[in-house]
Design a protein around this ligand. Structure first.
Ligand code: HEM
Length: 209
């Protein structure tokens, strides 16, 4: 057996944000399905689903700023930009894709080597940035507009009307529902299936010395 070294990769604010966010997303997906497809799952009344969806939505908007604030005000922001050369970034992304699509099934080693300031592979750092800086904010901005159409009627019209705002919100809901299935699968591809999950709980990732 190879010697393993423990590296602290997920600071406490990130772990708190992450698990509150994951639970919140599951609640938002379930209540969202209940609101949109009233008879499909029959979990609770329409009114209860709307009320819970709004509350959890607001909590997650606040929670997002824990994540953003942490990265903006610490040097850990470097984990999202370890590589400044776009050529190297795209070459590493391609290698990582080859590994997930093919190499992993032949037992090839993961091309990404983790360290404290390099905890994400090239695909992760790009995907997480698009998700956290574009898709999550878009989801909650459209959610807040739909929450009080009267108060935000000016902004709703600016974005093209209720149908546009609602369609963007629902398309993102479909994306996040798919994401919440694919993301844990990819997270289970560590040196053991539970390694990355444990790391997101304890903060420490184990790597070969
Ligand atoms: C059942 C739900 C979820 C599970 C089991 C899960 C699991 C994990 C695990 C194990 C990691 C650490 C390994 C890695 O970076 O891949 C992680 C990181 C991450 N997850 Fe999730 N996740 C869930 C839901 C979500 C949701 C809903 C989002 C966003 C909408 C999300 C966004 C992220 C981000 C941005 C990171 C990197 C965090 C950082 O270090 O800055 N996750 N997740």
């Amino acid at each position: 057996m190879t010697d393993m070294q423990r590296i602290y990769v997920h600071p406490l604010p990130v772990r708190i944000w992450h698990w509150a966010n994951a639970l919140g997303f599951i609640a938002l997906i379930l209540t969202g399905v209940q609101i949109r497809y009233v008879d499909l799952i029959g979990l609770m009344s329409f009114r209860a689903a709307v009320s819970l969806h709004n509350w959890v939505g607001w909590v997650l908007v606040g929670n997002f700023f824990i994540w953003l604030g942490f990265y903006l005000f610490t040097d850990k922001i470097r984990v999202y930009h370890p590589e400044l050369s776009p050529v190297k970034h795209f070459r590493d992304s391609f290698r990582q894709l080859q590994y997930y699509g093919y190499g992993i099934f032949k037992g090839d080693p993961n091309p990404h080597h983790l360290s404290a300031y390099h905890k994400f592979n090239a695909l992760q750092s790009m995907a997480y940035q698009i998700i956290m800086l574009l898709l999550v904010p878009l989801q909650f901005v459209t959610g807040v507009l739909l929450w009080d159409l009267k108060r935000f009627s000016g902004a709703v019209e600016f974005f093209g009307g209720v149908r546009v705002v609602d369609t963007v919100h629902v398309l993102l809901f479909i994306f996040f529902t798919a994401f919440i299935l694919v993301h844990p699968y990819l997270a289970s591809l560590g040196h053991t299936p539970s390694a990355h999950f444990k790391a997101m709980i304890t903060g420490y990732e184990e790597v070969d010395e």
